[in-house]
Design a protein around this ligand. Structure first.
Ligand SMILES: Cc1cc2nc3c(=O)[nH]c(=O)nc-3n(C[C@H](O)[C@H](O)[C@H](O)COP(=O)(O)OP(=O)(O)OC[C@H]3O[C@@H](n4cnc5c(N)ncnc54)[C@H](O)[C@@H]3O)c2cc1C
Ligand code: SF4
Length: 474
């Protein structure tokens, strides 16, 4: 701990951001990195606590507290403070295969449990992580790393999201021959086709896939396992298989009028948008241009829909949530080191506020029915309030509705021979084994809709289990 009173002397500083009215004209990342000196000062705010809660990675009261990758945060904070950037990168890379993704899109539960955050502002851990990894790429420290030995064991990974990529990376470094199968045309899972470009620029996903390919991992796209080749036949070709197919079955809203035109699951919309962003020849089947948009669902996927609709030039945008507005400060029922459940103005809401003069969020809303015009297009929504004091119906004009109320898990038709429970693949988080010998499962397909860091943690742990299994095979 180089600067003993850093957490008292220095205030937290966040990176400057491009003004919302400017950034909604493009799809690029909009944060301006802090200077090297500013990052050093921020790193010096770390207290190097005896028990660093920032790296505990646990679930408390259904929320993540601390880093699920167990990143060695106080250690790289100290190295960053000393300007030892290469050493800081080495420490970071020990636990985190892809800091360029987490440092951009992780909700940073590490900061929610940072001790400096108890009386004041937490250390800006995520920004320090980003400074370390961005510098590592700029300096050329992130190099193609060939495994030191090669084994003859073959592993197939189904799904190229953060869980699959992390497992592929670790198993490849153990020397096994790894092939990643992906049903989409591009690799990265939700890093590519879920999270919008403003949060994770797709060039960073492509850069990582290129590195992993050069290191020896084989990527096969447009391969829908279970359709193009059965799981059973795939298993015959490989010594082990890891299922990392994500939890992509959207939760439905089976109310009157759902069949009307102009109502889509959020993921279909976000995917079409990114496909068009990456290939201007591709004409998306859904666009918010000139439309009155309503997003149903108060979570982060809904926020990404709001930001996307604004960039596409929507006429208006409103987001319905079932819950009330969060408090401005922690409630007594949500003490440190739990992740704080407090009101924040996310990027999408700031943009809506600047563009349309209001926060698009509407609270305590229950959608009762979609109402259509004579051509079968949605034209309005009927809602009621979940607050006891307001029971009358309310009507909202809309010509594009996006349903963002979460994901149920995996499709029940996926891999019929593999046991599932409540739409999740049955495997525990210790050995990650399914009911079939040599077939494992990790990430959202196993735990349900989650976060990049949890998917990466599971990919890492499953890779260790598979490596142990392979080392016992003849
Ligand atoms: C819109 C949106 C925004 C999000 N934003 C954030 C965020 O900002 N921060 C955060 O931490 N988390 C975020 N999340 C959650 C995070 O993206 C996921 O928890 C994480 O990507 C799960 O990783 P995974 O590897 O388990 O699965 P996924 O990323 O879902 O990847 C699964 C892959 O498997 C492929 N696949 C499926 N079935 C088959 C098959 N049969 N054969 C071959 N391939 C198959 C899919 O095409 C997909 O590419 C967001 C999620 C969504 C939907
Ligand atoms: S991965 Fe997420 S939780 Fe872990 S240190 Fe980075 S921002 Fe924090």
């Amino acid at each position: 701990m180089g600067h003993l009173t850093g957490f008292i002397d220095i205030q937290r500083e966040n990176p400057a951001e491009q003004h919302p009215l400017e950034r909604i004209n493009h799809w690029q990342e909009y944060q301006k990195p802090l200077t090297e000196e500013a990052i050093k000062l921020q790193a010096s705010r770390c207290m190097d606590c005896g028990t660093p809660f920032c790296q505990i990675g646990s679930i408390i009261q259904s929320n993540t507290s601390g880093c699920p990758l167990y990143n060695l945060i106080p250690e790289w904070n100290e190295l960053a403070y000393q300007g030892k950037w290469f050493e800081a990168y080495q420490r970071l890379a020990k636990t985190n295969n892809f800091p360029e993704f987490t440092s951009r899109a992780c909700p940073a539960p590490c900061e929610g449990s940072c001790t400096a955050g108890l009386p004041g502002q937490p250390v800006a851990i995520k920004n320090i992580e980003k400074a370390i990894i961005d510098r590592a790429f700029q300096e050329g420290w992130v190099k193609v790393k060939h495994p030191v030995k090669k084994t003859s064991k073959r592993v197939a990974i189904i799904g190229s999201g953060p869980a699959g990529l992390t497992a592929a990376d670790d198993l490849n470094q153990h020397g096994h021959r790894v092939t990643v199968y992906e049903k989409d045309d591009r690799f990265g899972g939700l890093l590519m086709y879920g999270i919008p470009n403003m949060k994770i620029d797709k060039k960073y996903v492509e850069r990582r896939i290129e590195l992993l390919s050069k290191e020896g991992i084989v990527f096969k796209g447009n391969m829908n396992i279970g359709v193009d080749i059965s799981l059973k036949d795939l298993k015959k070709e490989y010594d082990a298989v890891l299922i990392c197919t994500g939890a992509d079955k959207p939760r439905e809203l089976p109310i009157d009028g759902r069949q009307l035109k102009g109502i889509y699951p959020a993921m279909e919309y976000l995917k079409e948008s990114t496909k068009h962003y990456l290939n201007k020849q591709y004409s998306p089947s859904i666009s918010a241009k000139g439309k009155k948009v309503i997003v149903i669902g108060g979570g982060d996927t809904g926020a990404d829909c709001v930001a996307t609709a604004i960039r596409q030039g929507c006429k208006s945008v409103i987001q319905f949530g079932k819950h009330g507005k969060l408090p401005m400060t922690r409630s007594e029922a949500n003490p440190w080191p739990e992740n704080p459940q407090i009101f924040t103005l996310d990027y999408a809401y700031e943009e809506a506020q600047s563009k349309f003069g209001m926060d698009p969020r509407q609270y305590f809303i229950q959608t009762k029915a979609f109402i259509g015009d004579e051509d079968g297009n949605v034209k309005s929504l009927e809602t009621t309030s979940l607050r006891d004091d307001q029971s009358e119906s309310r009507y909202w004009d809309a010509d594009l509705v996006l349903i963002a109320i979460g994901f149920e898990g995996v499709e029940s038709s996926l891999f019929p021979a593999i046991e599932k429970k409540q739409n999740k693949i049955s495997a525990n988080d210790v050995d990650f084994k399914t009911n079939h010998d040599g077939i494992y499962a990790a990430g959202d397909a196993r735990r349900g809709q989650s976060l990049i860091v949890w998917a990466m943690q599971e990919g890492k742990k499953a890779a260790k289990e598979i490596n142990d299994y392979l080392s016992k095979l003849q």
